[in-house]
Design a protein around this ligand. Structure first.
Ligand SMILES: NC(=O)CCC(=O)C(=O)O
Length: 281
């Protein structure tokens, strides 16, 4: 838990053409690496529009890198740029069962997959007249907590709606993770209400970094992404953000802030596991 790292969030303009999305992602990952990024994150559904009608059409078998166009592209982006790559999410089709998942893969600078996270909490909400969405109509949920190691420390992963469930970040932090990373695609209804608040809450409660990467907003799309890809530090301060357009957000993560804030506000040693249970145990 020391040193510093440059994180880049690629707020990608995503369209209907998968090949064009992969090529645009590659250009932006290369650009971020040239700007000194050590780790780059792509958004939820970076290779397809976001919507229940699209998952089956864009889904790929992610069992092996070679069998998936998107995984081959992510592996080579990471390797050619020499970065850790949190590869947004890709609609996944489990070939034996036909089940669909919303899945994030993470790649090391050698182009090897080091983590795979299937969205655990599906986005089912009903905001009458404003936002109705039911991922569970087409997707199955993942059942595993995911973390991965880097030279700067371990990171936990969640996908978009997963951020609303504080347990994932709490468990990751108590197991020693230095940050939570969320490829996401909030919308223009819930984004202004909760996107930044949730990131700051996850960072504040756990005294870790928290970052979320959105697609850019496409005003022609059925689902209007909120954008505003954001990085928050262990004091729960927003240290980098943007608006709704295509952009790359850069943040230097200084890991000594974790010890600093935990020393100043020592909630870590003041917990009362004699009164309530430790969810990370
Ligand atoms: N893609 C998602 O999971 C969207 C989550 C969201 O918008 C929310 O409000 O939560």
């Amino acid at each position: 838990m020391s040193g510093s790292m440059k994180l880049a969030l690629v707020q990608l303009a995503v369209g209907a053409q998968k090949t064009a999305n992969l090529s645009n992602a590659r250009t932006k990952v290369v650009e971020a690496a040239r700007m000194g990024a050590n780790m780059v994150m792509l958004p939820e559904c970076f290779n397809s529009p976001y919507g229940t009608q699209y998952f089956a059409q864009y889904a790929e078998d992610l069992r092996a890198t070679e069998s998936s166009e998107s995984l081959r592209a992510l592996s080579s982006m990471a390797k050619d740029s020499g970065v850790f790559l949190v590869g947004g999410t890709v609609p996944e089709k489990e070939s034996t069962t036909g089940d669909l998942f919303n899945t994030c893969t993470v790649w090391n600078p050698q182009g090897e997959m080091v983590a795979k996270h299937r969205k655990i909490h599906l986005f089912d909400i009903n905001f009458p007249g404003r936002m109705v969405f039911k991922e569970s109509e087409v997707l199955k949920s993942g059942n595993e907590i995911t973390e991965f190691s880097t030279p700067w420390g371990r990171f936990g992963l969640g996908i978009c709606y997963d951020i609303r469930f504080p347990e994932l970040a709490m468990i990751a932090a108590r197991r020693g993770c230095v940050g939570m990373l969320y490829p996401g695609a909030f919308n223009t209804t819930t984004g202004p209400m909760h996107w930044e608040l949730l990131l700051r809450a996850r960072a504040m409660d756990n005294q870790i970094f928290a970052a979320a990467c959105s697609p850019a907003r496409d005003i022609e799309a059925g689902y209007q992404a909120w954008g505003h890809s954001t990085v928050v530090d262990p004091y729960a301060r927003v240290i980098a953000t943007t608006d709704e357009k295509q952009d790359i957000v850069y943040a230097d993560l200084d890991f000594k802030l974790i010890q600093e804030v935990r020393k100043a506000i020592p909630i870590y040693t003041q917990r009362r596991f004699d009164v309530y249970p430790d969810v990370s145990a």
